[in-house]
Ligand binder design. Structure first.
Ligand SMILES: [Zn+2]
Length: 74
């Protein structure tokens, strides 16, 4: 029953992300994005300062600061 397994995995994944989705995480300054895949990896989940490669397509990911961390985007 591969389909059922897949659904359960998705449900578990969404539950985990909800638990980890605390808005106030002072260590996180932003996240890395792959525009092609819409994949996001938070900077605190990446070791080191180098942008990681997209796990889906392998392209270098783009860093984007969290809105609000600096207060003003002007
Ligand atoms: Zn990608």
């Amino acid at each position: 029953m591969g389909l059922l397994t897949t659904v359960r995995d998705v449900l578990q994944a969404s539950t985990e992300s909800a638990n980890r989705g605390d808005v106030t995480d002072e260590r996180s300054e932003g996240a890395y994005w792959c525009d092609d895949c819409d994949v996001r990896i938070r900077d605190i989940d990446v070791e080191g300062d180098d942008p990681p490669d997209c796990p889906d397509c392998g392209a270098a990911m783009r860093f984007e600061r969290s809105p609000g961390s600096t207060g003003c985007a002007c």
